[in-house]
Design a protein around this ligand. Structure first.
Ligand SMILES: O=C(O)CCC(=O)C(=O)O
Length: 292
């Protein structure tokens, strides 16, 4: 077994250098064309989370005092940045972590301007699963989790916090206490034992198993957040619930025509996988085919 895979399986994350300085400048230029750093708002309310699963409109960026979450794959006009989502360094690493035939199922930007404070509640990425169906066996060494999530900042950041090693075991009693009875988002003031902040230089990426207990947390930052955020699965195995984040209804023939050949191929494979596994609600059921 190779080292990054061993580390990923043990700790639930691994940090790698991905982008060259030229690539960082290139992506930063494209992103600056989409998101203005100078946009100021009179909004002083504290917003607790971005619209993580619905996504924001790029034209709304900066209207509110919060972090924004843009889903890119299905947004016409964002094509100039799509090549980030099939960067050879990223695909090679993800393939070592979960296997071949990779398909991107989340390709987003996490963005906020300097001075914007925000926090998400601690969570595992299980928001699509009704709380009463979230069983401990989902977080076990025996179950293959067909998902790698990545944060790749174009500006140095410390905005992701994780509990290393929590991805393949159930909550400890102390963690349960911090979650205060919920299996989705913990209360914002929860103190999570064993938490660690992930510090990344521009161009470095953290690859993580999103069953890890984690949160976005950014208070008092003097730099903007400009982070590519993506998720992949291997088409060699059944997908997880994360696969369904991408709105396949927007992958119309007209839209597919606009994509680069590589991205179009990935999206066609996405649609094929969706035909094979049409029902998200099967993915967390016992007997789905991912347990050893
Ligand atoms: O990096 C962040 O802001 C956290 C993202 C997150 O919690 C998620 O995508 O589930």
């Amino acid at each position: 077994m190779n080292t990054i895979r061993e580390q990923f399986e043990k700790d639930g994350y691994v940090i790698l250098d991905i982008l060259s300085d030229t690539e960082i400048a290139d992506f930063r230029g494209i992103m600056d064309g989409m998101l203005s750093e100078s946009k100021k708002t009179d909004d002083t309310a504290t917003h607790q989370s971005s619209l993580q699963h619905l996504g924001d409109e790029i034209s709304d960026f900066g209207n509110e005092n919060r972090q924004y979450y843009f889903h890119l794959l299905t947004k016409p006009g964002t094509e100039p940045i799509h090549h980030a989502f099939h960067h050879p360094g990223i695909l090679a690493a993800v393939e070592q972590l979960i296997g071949p035939d990779l398909i991107v199922n989340n390709a987003s930007i996490l963005a906020s301007n300097p001075g914007v404070d925000y926090s998400l509640g601690w969570h595992r990425d299980v928001i699509q699963i009704p709380e009463e169906e979230i069983e401990d066996r989902l977080f076990s060494k025996e179950r293959f989790h067909n998902s790698v999530q990545i944060n790749l900042p174009l500006v140095q950041e410390d905005a992701l916090e994780i509990v290393p090693g929590s991805h393949n075991r159930p909550n400890t009693p102390e963690e349960d206490q911090a979650f205060a009875g919920t299996k989705h988002y913990a209360p914002l003031d929860a103190v999570m034992p064993g938490a660690m902040r992930v510090s990344l230089k521009a161009g470095q990426a953290v690859f993580y198993n999103n069953n890890l207990i984690h949160r976005g947390y950014c208070i008092g930052s003097t730099v903007p957040r400009r982070t590519l955020h993506m998720g992949y699965h291997s088409a060699a195995k059944p997908p997880t619930w994360h696969f369904y984040l991408l709105n396949a209804a927007l992958l119309t023939p007209d839209y597919l025509e606009r994509l680069s050949p590589t991205m179009r191929r990935m999206m066609e494979q996405y649609l094929e996988c969706k035909r094979q596994y049409p029902r998200m609600e099967d993915t967390w059921k016992q007997g789905y085919g991912v347990e050893n």
